[in-house]
Design a protein around this ligand. Structure first.
Ligand code: PQQ
Length: 241
């Protein structure tokens, strides 16, 4: 069995090798190299991820028998759904999409998303609902790596696109405190609850799976909106394309 330190190092190595900051779509997004239509396509598709996160968190809570785990995890539902209407991450993401010039109702309808986005995000929700609780918790560990990408994204997008303002990107301000809180809890949880080498391997595999969920969403965007640019029937078409 790996020591706690070696186990944590193995988890971090997966992020260093596979996290979606490395994807060419993100390299372009953060480097100011995309058109407004391509940035809109990113925001519109990612809305589906945001919308489904609370479904997977609710699925996890439904399976957790430990009140302490449920109590800790429910803050994630509040972060995304808000305490009242008009509050929370989902609404903040819709504001981001609107700030980029998209119609809020069209985004919320998810009619324009890519099939690849739908399948990748649904695979995540199913994974959390169907695998062991340990794997479900482990699959959230990509958030260990998100503060760095968020800082890079916000700075890169503000510098790279005249149509992006700090207010438009307000969604990410809260994530900079929420993500470390959540991922530190999840990391301590998997270190404590993976009781043997096989369970540690399940945790590592869950994190690799989740990196694939994030990567596949960007593959779909790249293929449809960058190269070769085959937009599937029914999916969002940027103006002038
Ligand atoms: O901006 C990003 O790159 C990024 C990445 C991730 C992630 O690593 O899964 C999440 C988020 N953002 C995010 O905003 C978010 O609410 C979130 C929840 C989760 C999760 O798996 O429970 N990941 C992420």
């Amino acid at each position: 069995m790996l020591s706690a330190a070696a186990f944590e190092a193995a988890l971090r190595a997966i992020g260093a090798e596979r996290y979606h900051n490395l994807h060419p779509f993100h390299r372009r997004l953060h480097g100011g190299q995309l058109t407004k239509g391509q940035v809109q396509a990113w925001a519109l598709n990612r809305y589906y991820y945001q919308r489904c996160i609370p479904l997977k968190d609710a699925a996890l809570i439904a399976r957790a028998e430990d009140p302490a785990l449920r109590r800790e995890w429910r803050s994630r539902l509040v972060d995304h759904d808000g305490e009242t209407e008009g509050d929370g991450g989902i609404v903040r993401w819709l504001k981001l999409a609107e700030g980029l010039g998209l119609d809020r109702d069209y985004v919320a309808s998810t009619r324009g998303i890519l099939p690849g986005t739908r399948f990748a995000v649904e695979a995540y929700v199913h994974f959390v609902a169907e695998r062991s609780l340990l794997e479900a918790v482990a699959s959230s560990l990509t958030e260990l790596f998100s503060p760095a990408i968020i800082q890079e994204r916000v700075a890169g997008m503000l510098a790279g696109y005249p149509f992006v303002t700090r207010q438009t990107l307000a969604y990410f301000d809260k994530r900079l405190t929420q993500a470390p809180r959540d991922s530190n809890f999840a990391l301590a949880y998997v270190i404590e609850h993976a009781r043997n080498r096989d369970e540690q391997e399940l945790v590592l595999e869950a994190l690799r799976f989740k990196c694939g969920v994030l990567w596949a969403q960007l593959d779909a965007l790249y293929y449809a909106y960058v190269e070769p640019g085959y937009i599937p029937p029914g999916a969002f078409r940027p103006e002038g394309s």
